[in-house]
Design a protein. Structure first.
Length: 441
DNA sequence: TCTGGGGTCCTAGGACCC
DNA sequence: TCTGGGGTCCTAGGACCC
């Protein structure tokens, strides 16, 4: 905790929805919901017009539709969000070299490293107001809520106090009186589970929490959380603003509209995910030693299995092979709703292959295939898995704009199954009056 | 047809080593 | 017959964040 309010937290208001409203004037003033539009999608961001109807982040899209049927439901344009976010982060870096992005729409800025010499409350307030105006200008009209305080914790709490389009500067020395009446959930790290544990011992507010001894807190919540909460309850937070943080893991996962039961299909999907992970590792010059798969069963139980190599890899073949072998040990007979692949234990170098590049280490090229028009019509966004005959292969559709084509060639009836996915925005919308071909046997 | 995706951090137990 | 103790690595699961 510093002597002056020099930590700034900026949060773009209803960011994804605001970008959509900026780019599509017809959506302005109307409820907009960005998130998964499939059968198992959840809301990522709701515009303030949609929040009036009780639509919230992390709510299932199904429920959001029930609450606000007339909202525009959009699946998101991440390039546009990334682009707008970059503009904001660039602007913040003009203000201070020490900017810590937390996500596309949030960042801490260390004002102690800015050109602002006078860190008094009036000076910081005027500075933050100017910054908010510059954000509006830089983004083509998006507003931001800003909080400033003597620590990250206080700055973040402050930015939340006057949303949207607000500014709160917490004067040094007033932190505890601000926090005491607040719910314990304002403390970062206190989620539903911790809040429930605290509630059971009669702790609801930060003031309640302040009365609990450090030993008691550690007994209740474990070492790390106990000490952490003990400090934050007293507004003690010395975490520095850190500009560069290295990635610790890279992962890809997907939830399917219909539970998967076909092991061959699961293996195909893992293979595809492994290649996506590999691509992202390579793009950033990374490789990792630990490969993990994540499997969520039909009843939402979530399993993970991992294995660690002697040296790091970024090879799609290696990652895919390990992922498939980890899956082999799991009982998925009840159906699988989510599959994922991740790599951790990252190093910014790849082990030199002492024996030279081996061909089998790379996944073989998947075939380029033309998806015939008749199969496109059978695809439906958010619908159950769709099967369509297609020459010697057949098409499975799952998830918006993604078609997975799977081949079982006539000459190798029991041979290897290969698959690839393609994204095709033209595949929607689905026209329900059109008949579907029968699924393959 | 409740419950995304991409992350981080923590805990606890077992293996293994000295 | 006894059965310490610290450190590190690995695995699995869970809580949490945006």
């Amino acid at each position: 905790m510093r002597g002056e309010a020099s930590v700034l937290h900026l949060d773009l208001d209803a960011f994804f929805a605001a970008v959509e409203q900026r780019d599509k004037p017809s959506l302005r003033g109307k409820p907009v919901v960005v998130g998964g539009v499939g059968g198992r999608g959840v809301v990522s961001t709701a515009s303030y017009e949609a929040r009036v109807f009780g639509v919230r982040s992390a709510m299932s899209t199904r429920e959001a539709r029930a609450r606000c049927p007339h909202a525009a439901f959009l699946s998101g344009r991440f390039h546009a969000y990334r682009d707008t976010s970059d503009r904001v982060m660039r602007l913040l870096r003009e203000v201070s070299p020490l900017v810590e992005p937390l996500s596309l729409d949030e960042a801490f800025v260390d004002l102690a490293r800015s050109d602002l010499e006078d860190l008094s409350v009036p000076s910081v307030t005027a500075f933050a107001e100017r910054l908010r105006e510059r954000v509006v200008h830089a983004t083509g009209g998006l507003t931001a809520s800003v909080g400033v305080g003597t620590s990250k914790f206080i700055a973040k709490v402050a930015s939340d106090l006057d949303k949207p389009d607000g500014l709160v500067v917490v004067a040094p020395g007033t932190e505890q009186e601000l926090l005491r009446p607040m719910d314990v959930r304002v403390i970062p790290g206190v989620g539903p589970a911790t809040a429930e544990r605290l509630r059971r011992v009669g702790v609801h507010t930060v003031a309640d929490l302040e009365r609990v001894s450090e030993d008691e807190m550690v007994r209740l919540l474990g070492k790390a959380s106990g000490h952490w909460l003990y400090s934050l309850a007293r507004a003690e937070d010395d975490r520095p603003v850190v500009a560069e943080r290295e990635a610790k893991s890279v992962s890809v996962e997907g939830t399917y509209d219909t539970d998967l039961t076909d092991r061959k299909l699961m293996e195909s999907l893992l293979t595809r995910q492994a290649s996506d992970v590999s691509g992202r590792l390579r793009k950033h010059g990374l490789s990792g030693r630990t490969v993990t798969i994540k499997v969520r069963l039909h009843d939402f139980t979530t399993l993970s299995r991992s294995t660690t190599l002697g040296s790091p890899t970024d090879s799609p073949g290696t990652i895919g092979r390990l992922a498939r072998s980890l899956l082999a040990d799991l009982d998925t007979s009840g159906g699988v709703r989510l599959l994922g692949v991740g790599v951790s234990g990252l190093a910014d170098w790849v082990q030199e292959d002492l024996f030279g590049e081996t061909a089998e280490d790379e996944e073989e090229e998947l075939p380029e295939v033309e998806v015939p028009h008749h199969s496109r019509r059978t695809w439906a966004p958010g619908m159950d898995v769709v099967h369509a005959e297609m020459g010697r292969g057949w098409v499975w559709g799952s998830g918006r704009g993604v078609v997975t084509v799977r081949f079982e060639t006539a000459d190798t009836p029991a041979g290897p199954v290969r698959s690839y996915s393609m994204e095709d925005p033209e595949l929607s919308p689905w026209r329900p009056d059109e008949s579907e071909p029968a699924p393959p046997a």
